[in-house]
Design a protein around this ligand. Structure first.
Ligand code: KIV
Length: 257
């Protein structure tokens, strides 16, 4: 199977075929997910939580992102690879461009992701006009919240809903080519998905987006800070890793006797 491209991802949206996306941070998981045929892999700055064990993503640096992006890129053959730009790495136009270029290219990512705020619109436009493929992220923005208890669904009030719909519109008009919506009210996520021509990928935002993305460790219920509530309600906690380790320890104990 050939490499996933943005053109193919767009055609999935057009043909109403759901887009699958998962995060990955290391070679073994990346190869496994890629072999399974996932469409998009995100090297997320969620690595601050699930790999580094912090309560949030704020500790993640450009060096960390480059390290993990290179590792994942080496391990995959097919999936489209997106890398997060970490907190404080896109505060000015020149800083954003310099950092985005570090994450892209041969043996690195195909696209960078930024958490959108109106104040970043000019920076995003600068990246795009400089030829950088950009994925945007709206709704809950992990780079602006401190821990899991600050997660709440966004878009329930008229004000929030209008702001999200407006942001999504601005993002598409600016030339961003994929949108991720996190913890957005499912009706608003559905509306945004209908309004936009670019693929809209949801996390905790209902079933009507063009695709779904999850943190891989949440799927296995091994995330350092615990999995978010919507993982529970989707009933997709598998936990085979814990079962395998439990079994291994039981056997190891037995050898000792
Ligand atoms: O960093 C990350 O893993 C993400 C996903 C939650 C979308 O941004």
């Amino acid at each position: 199977m050939s490499r996933m491209t943005l053109k193919k991802i767009n055609s999935l949206k057009k043909n109403r075929i759901g887009i699958s996306a998962l995060t990955s941070y290391d070679a073994s998981f990346a190869k496994l997910i890629d072999d399974c045929g996932v469409d998009i892999i995100l090297v997320g700055d969620s690595l601050g939580e699930v790999i580094q064990g912090y309560p949030n993503t704020h500790s993640v640096t450009m060096n960390h992102m480059c390290y993990h992006t290179e590792i994942v890129s080496r391990a995959i053959k097919k999936a489209f690879l997106i890398a997060d730009m970490p907190k404080n790495s896109y505060e000015t136009k020149s800083q954003a461009l310099r950092n985005a270029k570090k994450l892209l290219g041969t043996n690195m990512a195909d696209m960078v992701k930024i958490e959108f705020d109106k104040k970043y619109l000019g920076i995003m436009e600068h990246l795009i006009s400089s030829g950088i493929p950009v994925c945007s992220h709206i709704g809950i923005l992990p780079q602006t919240i401190s821990n899991k208890k600050d997660y709440k669904r966004i878009g329930k009030t008229m004000n929030e809903a209008n702001r999200l719909i407006h942001e999504a519109d601005l993002i598409e008009k600016a030339g961003s080519q994929i949108l991720i919506v996190e913890c957005v009210d499912s009706n608003i996520a559905k509306k945004i998905t209908k309004n936009l021509n670019i693929p809209v990928i949801g996390i905790g935002s209902g079933k009507s987006c063009d695709g779904q993305i999850r943190v891989i460790y949440d799927l296995f219920d091994i995330s350092f800070n615990g999995a978010p509530g919507f993982i529970n309600s989707e009933n997709i906690r598998l936990n085979p890793i814990k079962k395998t380790i439990d079994k291994y320890i039981m056997n190891a104990n037995r050898y000792k006797i």
